[in-house]
Ligand binder design. Structure first.
Ligand SMILES: C[S@@+](CC[C@H](N)C(=O)[O-])C[C@H]1O[C@@H](n2cnc3c(N)ncnc32)[C@H](O)[C@@H]1O
Length: 351
């Protein structure tokens, strides 16, 4: 949580050069790292039922009492915990957002980014120097089941939040029969489309680990018989042909333009003439809405994409150019009302 500042301190750090603003970044970085430790050590969950003294908390979390007390005091300083009468408790914000049982818990998001930033961003300079990612993001994920589960939960919850609006915005003709979701992993978007359009069937292609969540989502929705899950590499796996709609949601930002063009051409070949492709992307042009963290998120996201995948947040015109080059026309773009950063782009396969 941001370091609390008096108005005078805020003036010195933010609005003048009287104090080094980087000092706040240092403290915020430690706050973020400490919160990740609190999450991974199970501190917040252990305090879910009420305040505890450090000895009991150490016994419950299997930690060293002295080390834990020092961490807890840091978390008090950063606003994640409170301390009274020798007992520690979750702050109101932690109790609201960081317990995993809460349906819209922020814990999977914090946990995923904590693993990524502490585990991978140590060599950020290397990718900036070389122009290439320093590893294979999805191979890294597939080797870490807990991080993969957090990643999928994060994406699935976002899909549950955005799905209804997207289904309303993407035209699906009444004679449409077939949807292909490329890199659709958790399968929440096809489930939203199939629920709204009972005549549709879906194929989801993704890596095997990601499709495990897709199998759970489709089973929970009672749609197993209308969804085919196909494991394989996006650049090689058979997409089939004659689909009415192809979804490429949060996919192309992981790739350089040449690879994106390959994926768009594969999508075009999988569509019937007149069929539609839909992309969901945080574009480089952040919508000008009332100021919020959207701008900061997209810049961070793009940097992460470049470092871990060799991708980035595309500009609108660049993506339109690639869609045209891949054989699409009638490109349309909308910003979703439920997101600060997500743009929906649709285009039609030329006849
Ligand atoms: C950022 S996620 C997007 C998931 C989903 N489309 C959404 O918008 O929530 C990217 C997905 O692409 C899959 N993916 C990435 N590279 C892949 C590859 N080479 N072959 C197959 N799937 C891949 C990942 O497993 C993951 O499920």
């Amino acid at each position: 949580m941001p370091v609390p500042l008096s108005p005078e301190e805020a003036q010195q750090f933010h609005a003048s050069d009287a104090a080094p603003a980087a000092y706040l970044d240092l403290l915020d970085a430690v706050s973020f790292r400490s919160a990740g430790a609190g999450l991974r050590l199970g501190v917040f969950e252990a305090l879910a039922d009420g305040p505890l003294p450090v000895e009991q908390l150490a016994a419950q979390t299997g930690t060293d009492p002295l080390g834990l007390r020092i961490l807890l005091d840091a978390l008090v300083g950063y606003g994640y915990l409170t301390r009274a009468d020798g007992r520690y408790a979750n702050s109101a914000n932690t109790a609201r957002w960081l317990l995993r049982a809460t349906p819209d818990s922020f814990a999977p998001v914090l946990s995923f980014w904590s693993a990524l930033l502490t585990g991978w961003w140590h060599d950020l300079e290397t990718s900036i120097r070389s122009g290439a990612p320093t590893g294979d993001f999805y191979a890294w994920l597939e080797k870490q089941p807990e991080v993969l589960a957090d990643f999928q939960t994060m994406l699935r919850r976002l899909a549950d939040w955005l799905g209804a609006e997207i289904v309303e915005l993407v035209p699906v003709p009444s004679d449409a029969r077939s949807l292909l979701d490329v890199g659709g992993g958790h399968a929440s978007y096809p489930v939203a489309f199939l629920t709204a359009h009972p005549q549709l069937r879906a194929t989801v292609v993704d890596l095997a680990g990601a499709l495990a969540q897709g199998a759970r989502t489709t089973a929970a929705a009672g749609l197993t018989d209308r969804v085919t899950l196909r494991a394989g590499d996006l650049f090689e796996v058979d997409y089939g042909t004659g689909h009415d709609l192809v979804l490429l949601f949060n996919i192309v930002h992981g790739y350089q333009p040449a690879e994106t063009l390959t994926l768009l051409r594969r999508a075009a070949a999988a569509l019937r003439p007149g069929g539609r492709v839909a992309l969901l992307e945080p574009l480089a042009e952040v919508p000008e809405r009332p100021a919020g963290p959207g701008e900061a998120f997209v810049r961070m996201f793009s940097l992460n994409l470049f470092h871990t995948q060799g991708g980035r947040a595309y500009g609108h015109d660049e993506l339109v150019g690639l869609l045209h080059e891949a054989g699409f026309t009638d490109v349309r773009q909308q910003v979703l009302t439920r997101s600060d950063t997500d743009h929906l782009m649709t285009a039609v396969r030329a006849g």
